[in-house]
Design a protein around this ligand. Structure first.
Ligand code: FAD
Length: 287
């Protein structure tokens, strides 16, 4: 099927993009990598009246460390994150797992974050690492914690006149580690189940901060706050991680589908949570 007719604007500045959005109707959309939007348009699941292409805006790309956080610009591709020396922990672990090289070369992390597909990998990583999404609108810039940004399946908390300009992942000051453990049927597939883990260790070796989030097993990317609370204040180890894995399996709400049964996916959550936390702890102890 072909997309329906739409207008197209190539913005050369954030201001120009925001002005075009303000002038458009409610079906006006930003175009980043097009790796989710264009397939949806071809299936007529999305019928935008106007596309505002943000790829020609100077300064919107980049993956770098700045002021205590990892900054990932709205035009930075998945492949830029995968190739970056600045990326760390769960972010660095997840980047090579996004689809295949074609999608990684075109799709953007910020586009994925804005899209809020519960099968998308990045929002789990950002939930585990406590990232912020930076939005610009006519009133200026605001920083939105990822847990508030993700509202529902395919729904974010941006106002209709705002766009995402970057994501900021805090860089821990002490020893830390992160992981992304993903099960996919074949290269390029979305996750059957995936788990993002993040641990920070205090001087006494106990867990000072913990992040855990699940992909593809709930209507949204799922932050497992109960498991995070259990981990903090304790010494990392297999028994603690097994307890956290039970909480993650209980929190997951998978469905039977072509990728497997709900019962089996819950078991994968249990196993992969243990692996994700062990890998994060290992990295933190070595660092
Ligand atoms: C075959 C295939 C396999 C895939 N496999 C995976 C996978 O394994 N894991 C995974 O996570 N993803 C996967 N994806 C999705 C891919 O990661 C997309 O790149 C991503 O979901 C969207 O990023 P994009 O830059 O392509 O956004 P686009 O498709 O351009 O936009 C997506 C949505 O976000 C909005 N948007 C984009 N940028 C902004 C912005 N700056 N501000 C506000 N709104 C914005 C758009 O208006 C649109 O509604 C796959 C895609 C394909 C085609």
């Amino acid at each position: 099927m072909l997309p329906s007719r739409f207008d197209y604007v190539a913005a050369h500045s954030i201001e120009e993009a925001l002005a075009a959005k303000a002038q458009g109707d409610e079906d006006t959309r930003f175009l980043a990598g097009g790796q989710s939007l264009l397939p949806m348009m071809k299936l007529r699941l999305a019928v935008p009246s106007k596309l505002i292409d943000i790829n020609r805006i100077d300064g919107l790309g980049g993956v770098e460390r700045r002021n205590g956080h990892l900054r990932i610009g709205a035009a930075a591709r998945h492949a830029d994150v995968a190739a970056s020396d600045a990326a760390f922990g769960a972010v660095a672990a997840a980047a090579p797992w996004i689809s295949d090289p074609l999608v990684r070369n075109l799709g953007t992390l910020c586009g994925s974050v804005a899209h809020c597909d519960p099968e998308g990998d990045w929002n789990s990583v950002l939930l585990a690492t406590g990232a912020d999404v930076v939005a610009r609108g006519p009133g200026g810039e605001r920083s939105i914690p990822i847990a508030e940004f993700v509202q529902d399946m395919f729904a974010n908390s941006l106002a209709s006149d705002e766009m995402v300009t970057e994501v900021r992942v805090p860089v821990p000051s002490g020893r830390s580690g992160g992981s992304y453990v993903k099960l996919e049927r074949k290269i390029g597939d979305y996750a059957t189940v995936a788990v993002a883990g993040h641990l920070e260790l205090g001087d006494d070796g106990r867990i000072a901060a913990a992040g855990l989030a699940l992909t593809s097993v709930a209507p949204i990317n799922l932050k497992v706050a109960e498991a995070e609370a259990l981990l903090v204040g304790n010494q990392p180890g297999p028994e603690l991680f097994a307890e956290a894995a039970e909480l993650a399996a209980a929190a997951a709400d998978p469905r039977d589908d072509v990728r497997g049964t709900a019962r089996w996916k819950r078991q994968v959550v249990r196993t992969f949570t243990g692996r994700a936390l062990a890998a994060a702890a290992d990295q933190a102890l070595k660092g």
